[in-house]
Structure formats: C-alpha cells, structure tokens
Design a protein around this ligand. Sequence first.
Ligand code: F3S
Length: 689
Amino acid sequence: MEIIKANTAGFCFGVNNAVNVTYKLAREGKKKIYTLGPIIHNNQVVEELNNMGVETIDDIKNIDIIKDDSIIVIRAHGVTPEVYEELKKKNIEIVDATCPYVKKIHVLVKEEYDKGNQIIIIGDKNHPEVIGIDGWANNLAFIVNSMEDIERISEINKSLAVFAQTTITFKKWNDLNKYLKEKFKYIEKFDTICSATTHRQKEAEEISKQVDFMLVIGSKNSSNTHKLFEVCKENCSNTFKIETVNEIPNLNNYNINKVGITAGASTPYRIIKEVIDKMSENIKPEGEKDFSEMIEESLKKIRSGEIVKGRIIKYNESEVFVDLGFKSDGIIPMEEFTEDPEFDKSQLDIGSEIEVYVINVNDGEGNVKLSKKRVDAKKMWEEIYNIYKEKKDIEVKIANTVNKGVIAIKKGVKIFIPASHLGNKRINDLNEFLNKVVKIRIIEFDESKKKVIGSQKIVLEEERKENEKVFWDEIEKGKIYSGKVKSLTKFGAFVDIGGVDGLVHISELSWSRIKHPSEVINVDDSVEVTILEFNKESKKVSLGYRKSKDNPWANIEEKYPIGKIIEGKVVRMVPFGVFIDLEKGVDGLVHISQISTKRLAKPDDVLEIGQIVEVKVLDVNSEKQKISLSIKEVNPIDIEEKEEVQRERNNKKSEIKKKKEEAPKEHIEEATNTIGEIFRDKLKDMKKE
Ligand code: F3S
C-alpha cells in the first residue's frame, strides 16, 4: 500500500499570508479584530480564530457592528473599491491581506474598463473574489461560467477584455474563450489563473492518474477544492471530497493499492495530517512507515545551505519577506538587491517567484535567514564559466578602478579588466570608464581562486576586423560614408570610416587652394566623405570631402561669359603671365601678351601681387577649370609709361635718401608707394583726362 501526497496540498501563499496576519494580530491582542467575510474557507480555522476573539463580519452592510479603534482584515479574495470607501469612513485600521495576484487583476480590470472595453470574467458570479473584481469594472462586467451564460449575452459593440477567476481550470478557460471568440470579434485575453492553482491542479491530475483511491481535502464552499475534485474525478472514479477526518469513507469497501491525497488552498496542514493519521490507523500494513511519518516527510522542509524557491510577499526599506511554503517566512536584507548595479525595482514585484539560499532556518526570531546574492553569484559563476568556455562576449558595467585596471561586477562576481585590455587606444585616466557598460571576452577563469579576467580590447579588435571585412565587401566608388578625422598631414587628412582609414588629399578638401588641411577640418571632426578610388590588395582608399554643390566652376560660363569685364586681384606671377583671383576657388590667367600692347620681358615689370586690376574674359573652360583674361583689352599697360613711373619712383627714392642724409629723421617725408600704387594712380589720372 502506497500513499502519494501532493506537495502543493494546503495553503497557497495568498491564503497563508492572510491567515498568518490574522493569527499574528489575534495573538498580539492590542485591538479588537474583525475579518470581512471568513478569512478562509475553512470552518476549523475560522472557529479557532473566533475563540481568539476574531469576529467575522459577513457583509459590509453590517459595518456598524464594528467598534471604533478596532482592526478589520480584508481577506485574500480582495474587495470592491466601494468597500474600501465604506471602511475608510469608520475610525478603524484596515489591514489589507488581499492576495497580490488578485490586486494585480484589479489594476488590469480597471485599466481595461477605463479604456472603454467590456469586461468579461470567467468564473463564479457568487464567489467573493469575482464580486471584488467586478467592482473594479464599476460592477458592469459580464460574468460567465458556461456556454449558456455566453449565449445569453446579446450583441456587444465594444472590444472584450476577458479575465479569469484565479482558481478556474485551464480547460474551462480555453473552452469558454474559444466560444467567446466565435461569437465576438475583438477579444483580448488576460489569463489570470493563479500559478499556485495551476500547479496544484496539475499535480492532482498526475497523482489521480496513478492511484485507485483519491482524497481531496477542503471546505465544501471552497471553489478551488471543488475544482481539484473535478480534475481528479475524471481520472480516478474513487475520488472523494472531504472537509475533515471524520468524512473519510469506509476504506474496507474498496480494494486499494495506492492512495492519492491533495488539498485545497484553504486547508491547514494539521487537517491534512489528521486525515493521513486516520488512514494510517485503518490500513497500515505491518512493516510500512506510519502515515504521520510520511506526511512529516512530505511537508515542505528546508535546510541551511539549500537553494529553494519562494515568493516575495512584502518588503520595507531594509528587508524583503519571502513565503517559502514553510512554517515561517524568510527574510533577505534589502541591500542584497540595491547593491547590484543592475538592480531593477521590478525584481521586488509582490508575488514574483525568487530563488534563495537558506543561510539559517531560524535567525533567532523565528524567521528564515536568506540570501539572494549567493544564488545570483552561484548562477553567475556557472554562466560566466559557460561564456568563458564558449568564448562568448558579455556586457558588464564598470564599478570601480584599481591599480592597473578596473573592476566590473556581474551579479556579485568581480571581473578584473587590465588597463592594457581596455579600449583600443592609449588610456590617460581609468576613471573615464567608470559606470560605463562595456562588452568583454573572459580570458581567464578560476573559480577556486575567485579570479575572472576580461578583455574589451579583444572584442573591439574582432569587431574592427569584422567591420573591415564588411567594408571591403561592400565598397564602391561614389559611396558616401560617415567617418571621423584621425590625423592631419600636410598632404591631406586620414579619416576612419568604420575600421578602415582613407586619405582625403589636400586638393580634395576644398575647391579653393589651401596651404594645410587644418584650414578646413580638425582631428576628431565627424565628416561625410565619398569613395573616389580604392585598391582592395593594397587596402588603400582615396576619399573626397569637398561637395560638388559648393564647386564654384559648376556654372562658371554663366557667371563669367566671354567679353565680360570684371575686377580681380593679382595673386600669382609666373614667367608667362599673372593669375587673377576672381572669387574663392576661381583664378583666371592673364597671359603676358594680354597685359600690355607693348612687348613685356616679364609680368612684374608692370604688375605686382595684391594689385587690383580690371580684366576682360577671353575664354572659359569649365572642364579644365581655366579662364583666360586680358588686361590690355580693358586698360592696356604702357611699358614706357611704366618705365617713366619707375624712373619717377627711383628719383623719389634718391631724393628721400638724400634728405635722410641731410636732415633729422622725423622730418623725412617717406615715399612708400609701391610701383603698383604709383602706376594705378597714373591710370586714374589718365582716365580722368
Ligand atoms: Fe492568491 Fe492564488 Fe491563493 S490568487 S489567494 S495565491 S490561489
């Protein structure tokens, strides 16, 4: 004969919390305690609490019974917003033990209702949890528990938001949703079946398939107990629902080899134990373990050094409380969460599952001392080892600097990154990496010495090579890249275009003549460049920086038509003529034969750099970027006049020299005019004439 007891039998964490809170308040005895409705669907517990002075108010309408300065406990099922309002009007303390899962449903239902959607609740319309949920939809939800209920709903011109009572079966949820979908178009489903319920039902289903006698222990008015009964009955015809030990059927009427036992969320452990003890008396074969021993074995036990799962039930500034399904709650120091650089408040969501390390089963005050950090670190060591073995990369946040490097902390594991493995250029100050997230490769791992070393450099180098490969695969003439100026030389600028350096020749930086690239760009400037030429073998790339829209030669023929007379500045002289600057980036040539009507030996006999002259356009070639100009067709320079000017100038110079020798310096009137100025004056005089 074998007994299989479900591990999930008994209180769920929501009920456990509500019952514990009420017992605690009753034991403290500071104030009169009331509960709004029975705290759980279990008469024995309710009676016991009643004997301790806890009174049950069946209906909010009876609120006047409640004495001032007392406490009212809201049970795990939760209540409507109106009930909260009513309670607030009284001079009493409200202790809200609504299950966190149910609270979450209230929030979701309100959101959907406020959006204008029609709320549908699949569940029992008389169940207090469902009545409470309906309240958050202004008591206007459609509550359905069967296909017939859905049939009765006439046309709805809104989107439907469908919720579940936390304890219904998956089968009911799926069947009724399918039917709703056939009937209505726009449906959004919110599967709010509680995971504690699904685990309990699943385990009960599995056990009921293996046994020939099944007991489901729970209150007659407990809906989750009834659902467990339904699930088990489908697999085992000898399934019985009992509330206490006295209701166990006569076992002698059955041929039993295996017995299965489960219990609803409101069934205390002591009732489960009583049932098993009783069965033990009746059918215990010799030599087998006592059933009470078996139940003790199957009740949840925890030991120091174990890693167990629990659920967060509440927290304050210094501690996080965890329900472990054990007789006492566990406590984790809050700093274990907040010290983690990756801490996110959602990790403290009430009701969320958490894995914890048991430091001590009793911390001296009856609580279980837990650590989350140790679980994280253990997992992280495993994870980091796998990352190390598989040569994968990992993102870490730099937490502090040390001698010769920095430390990153990943879930409690310290990773040292030497300065030589940080970044891909010389580092002047390690502090610039503080609080930065970097991708690293683990290059050394030794858990026994708690030593992990990472390298960012390797990752960057591989990324650079990858980018380079992609670059050479995709390069084509005329393609535009964004890049960063890395260095300047007198012949151009080197620009990093994603892992590859290209050269912008000085002539490609500007449309006008420049002496140094720094006249146009600087190191670290972000620039847009165009591929002009490239060679995949020699890995050389020529880039263009100047933009064609800025090209002054683009419409040069329109700007300087043949015959046009313009002013320009003499900027360069060569033996065969002079270059005249017409605008930024546009020089024209006056050939020596176009300066004067007389033959000149060299241009500087009559002109000088900086001189402004009038010129006539003789020819324009935009392709070759050439403009031919003539001075002589506007104002021909006469060499003889020029020589006369030169003579005058020489005479003036001789006079000054002579005066300098004869008179004190301050009386000397300097003749500082250049030959160009003298000649220009002369031309002006001629024009006036
Ligand atoms: Fe809460 Fe689920 Fe229990 S909703 S009250 S933990 S069955």
